[in-house]
Design a protein around this ligand. Structure first.
Ligand SMILES: [Zn+2]
Length: 391
């Protein structure tokens, strides 16, 4: 029977536990479950090949991808189909190298994954006979990828560097103007499962940025210069000497710049290391910005304390619910919220890997759906960024 392939889907929060499961070893080669699994793997893989061919000469499918909990992978190598039951890597004969691979269970993505390009695998065939096979190049990669499935591991968990340029190619990322499965979602999910993710901001990524900067005065000028457009929008919407808050301030460089113009600034940041750095930058610039440790969704100020609140390159890392909470909280303490986010047109080499990328239209829809009034929407850098002003 041709079965539907189980896919990982971060949007629906249905992450299909079977894909993350270490599958059971096959002990009974005659049970209905084993026989059905083998038949369905054959039928489903035949169907996949009929639809998309086997250009690399190696293609495979594993039992959990069609919802069976058995350590079986079907692979077609050249013209031959192998049913690899209880496969085990017994020898690595070659060198490790990076392979660019996709997976039927992770739509629309490719990742660079490191495998040995010449391995020997021991397995049992459909009758339970013990066999060995030596595999090179793409065949080695495909079989090891299938063996990862049997361990409950998905391709993005095998990729070495999930920070930047991890998911390629760009044209699939931007297919139909949509991000089919957003990379930030995957990375956060991965970090969460590895126990690395505790806060709603990717602290590890941006804490690593600052080892390079020692001249904090020059740094603040540089950022203020780079963010001229954002500063202009803030000035436009803030009365003279207005009280302004920055949410998720990072280095707080823009707050330092605004404070020099006579505005009164309060910065909020959840990451203590980041906050300490922002304070040092403020001191180096002889700034009177006030700093508080606070979460975007829980700002330690009374209602209506500020004329304007702003943030940049923070809100795109949140899911819809977190975003709405953060914006509502911002508008509780301030009249107007100005924020800058990247869009799906952002140049791939500037992606941090934690963004949730949307089009300008999707941003507007999300804001309207959650009851925010849009005052201004200003695309920047050929639409790669967007400044939004809401009430
Ligand atoms: Zn796969």
């Amino acid at each position: 029977m041709i079965r539907e392939i189980v896919t990982y889907d971060i949007h629906s929060r249905n992450n299909n536990e079977i894909l993350h499961k270490k599958l059971k070893q096959v002990t009974d080669f005659h049970s209905d479950e084993t026989l059905n699994c083998i038949k369905d793997l054959n039928d489903t893989l035949d169907d996949v090949i009929a639809r998309q061919g086997n250009r690399r000469g190696a293609i495979g499918l594993s039992a959990n991808q069609i919802d069976y909990d058995l350590a079986i992978s079907a692979v077609t190598l050249g013209d031959q189909r192998y049913m690899l039951i209880n496969p085990k890597l017994i020898k690595e004969n070659g060198k490790e190298r990076l392979f660019r691979i996709g997976c039927f269970s992770v739509d629309d993505y490719r990742a660079m994954v490191r495998y040995n390009d010449d391995v020997t695998v021991a397995y049992q065939d459909e009758k339970g006979n013990h066999k060995e096979i030596e595999l090179k190049g793409d065949r080695s990669c495909v079989v090891q990828h299938e063996m990862d499935h049997l361990q409950g591991m998905l391709l993005f968990e095998k990729a070495e560097d999930f920070d930047r340029d991890f998911f390629i190619p760009r044209e699939t990322l931007y297919k139909d103007g949509k991000v089919p499965l957003n990379n930030h979602g995957m990375i956060f999910e991965l970090e969460r499962r590895r126990g690395l993710r505790k806060t709603i901001v990717p602290t590890a990524w941006y804490s690593s940025l600052f080892n390079d900067y020692t001249d904090y005065v020059a740094y603040a000028y540089k950022i203020a210069n780079e963010e001229k457009e954002l500063l202009n929008v803030i000035r436009k919407h803030a009365p003279k000497n207005a009280k302004i808050a920055e949410a998720g301030n990072g280095t707080g460089a823009l707050s330092v710049a605004l404070e020099k113009e006579g505005f009164k600034l309060n910065c909020c940041e959840v990451d203590p290391d980041m906050l300490e750095l922002a304070i040092r930058i403020g001191e180096a610039n002889r700034s009177k910005v006030a700093y508080r440790k606070a979460d975007l969704a829980d700002l330690p100020f009374e209602d209506g304390s500020f004329d304007l609140i702003f943030s940049y390159e923070v809100l795109e890392t949140l899911n819809d619910q977190e975003l709405t909470e953060a914006l509502k909280e911002g508008l509780r303490i301030a009249d107007t919220y100005v924020f800058k986010v990247p869009t799906i047109r952002i140049a791939a080499n500037t992606l941090k890997g934690n963004e949730r990328l949307r089009t300008e239209r999707e941003w507007k829809k999300t804001l309207a759906r959650n009851g925010f009034t849009l005052l201004e929407s200003k695309p920047l850098d050929k639409g790669g960024y967007l400044i939004l002003v809401i009430q």
